[in-house]
Design a protein around this ligand. Structure first.
Ligand code: ZN
Ligand code: ZN
Length: 300
């Protein structure tokens, strides 16, 4: 099972690693006077928090549905991914402000201490990223955490390059400039996750065209009409839908067969795993697939 492989032990290892990197980098940042290092450390601190949050959400998401929460708890992970990404955006803005302050009031930075701290942090971050990458392909929450760690590793490369420039050329503005690049990168990585999680929470499913769904269902010979279609995502993988179909005045046994055909079609073509179908003879025959606000008033 995909989810079972994402073990608690690995999560613990990543968290311990992150906390260690944070303490180490923070000390290096204070000793060297480098804002870039301190910002990287703060970034790591938010990582530790986000890894813990992801893990808790993942555990909640694995719970079985209950009579009260009939869809289960999978959206816990969507909410955690959104929260993690929002934290990144706030961090990004904070770093941007601090860096601009530094450009206006430059401070002395020790390139040597900065270099070794950044190098060791980079290796540790890379290790944590590799640990996560294997599980992150099909899970938005894990991907949020993975991207986060990856951006850290890249940020550390920026800090390493910056430290070399400071060490060899004594250019002090490199430190805040690296900080700005790091902060922009964080925001850039967080944005798509914010968009996708909000889309899921807003009950959207942009990949499905209702007209195409209608045409697909109409290929079944005894279906006379299709209307009032809804589809939404439970999490980033699980699609559900509801739809009305117009059929002849036939027996329930015959209708059941059509239900099975519709389910099969929608599952094959759109990977909709759960469809609720309402059969009607003539009611709503002229209704649309999607209702606008005005249509909604006169619908059945
Ligand atoms: Zn990070
Ligand atoms: Zn209807």
């Amino acid at each position: 099972m995909e989810q079972a492989r994402f073990s608690g032990r690995r999560f613990l290892l990543i968290t311990v690693l992150n906390v260690t990197i944070t303490i180490f980098e923070l000390l290096g940042g204070i000793v060297s006077g480098s804002l870039a290092l301190i910002s990287d450390a703060l970034h790591n601190l938010s990582d530790s928090f986000s890894v813990i949050l992801s893990y808790i959400a993942h555990r909640i998401g694995m719970r079985s549905p209950t009579p009260k929460n009939t869809y289960g708890y999978q959206r816990a992970e969507i909410i955690a991914a959104l929260l993690n990404s929002l934290i990144l955006v706030f961090l990004s803005v904070y770093l941007l402000i601090e860096a601009i302050k530094r450009i206006m009031q430059p401070e002395q930075v020790s390139g040597g201490v900065m270099f070794w701290t950044a190098l060791i942090s980079f290796v540790a971050n890379l290790f944590a990223t590799i640990l996560l990458s294997r599980d992150s392909k099909h899970n938005l929450n894990l991907r949020a955490t993975y991207l986060h760690l990856l951006s850290d590793a890249l940020a550390s490369v920026g800090v390493i390059i910056g430290s070399l420039l400071i060490f060899f050329f004594k250019i002090s503005w490199v430190d805040p400039v690296v900080t700005i690049l790091v902060s922009l990168y964080i925001a850039y990585e967080a944005w798509p996750i914010i968009r996708q999680t909000l889309m899921i929470l807003m009950e959207g499913s942009p990949a499905i065209d209702p007209t195409e769904v209608k045409n697909t269902i109409m290929t079944i010979p005894s279906v006379r009409g299709v209307h009032h279609f809804h589809t939404w995502l439970i999490n980033e993988n699980e699609l559900v839908a509801s739809v009305h179909v117009n059929l002849a005045n036939q027996s329930l046994r015959e209708t059941e067969l059509i239900y099975s055909q519709i389910e099969e079609l929608l599952q094959k073509k759109y990977k909709i795993m759960h469809v609720t179908i309402q059969a009607e003879c003539t009611r709503g025959l002229k209704d649309k697939m999607c209702f606008s606000k005005d249509d909604e008033k006169q619908q059945h």
